[in-house]
Ligand binder design. Structure first.
Ligand SMILES: [Zn+2]
Length: 66
């Protein structure tokens, strides 16, 4: 469990369509598969991120408004 990498994840709830982003997504090294689900703040559905990227890339994306 200690070798998980922290990543930036994008979520979209398939139940209520609520979307959110999180910098607290943990993936197995060398993969973009999240190890844990996150709960939707609106309807409490647990789901995996539909997209994961490195925190550095997410930071630049936010800064450059890409
Ligand atoms: Zn939801």
């Amino acid at each position: 469990m200690s070798n998980l990498r922290r990543m930036y994840g994008y979520f979209r709830c398939n139940k209520c369509n609520h979307g959110w982003e999180s910098s607290q997504v943990y993936c197995r090294p060398g993969t973009e598969t999240a190890a844990y689900k996150q709960g939707c703040s609106t309807c409490k559905t647990e789901l995996f991120p539909y997209r994961v990227e490195s925190p550095l890339l997410a930071l630049w994306r936010d800064r450059l408004r890409l």
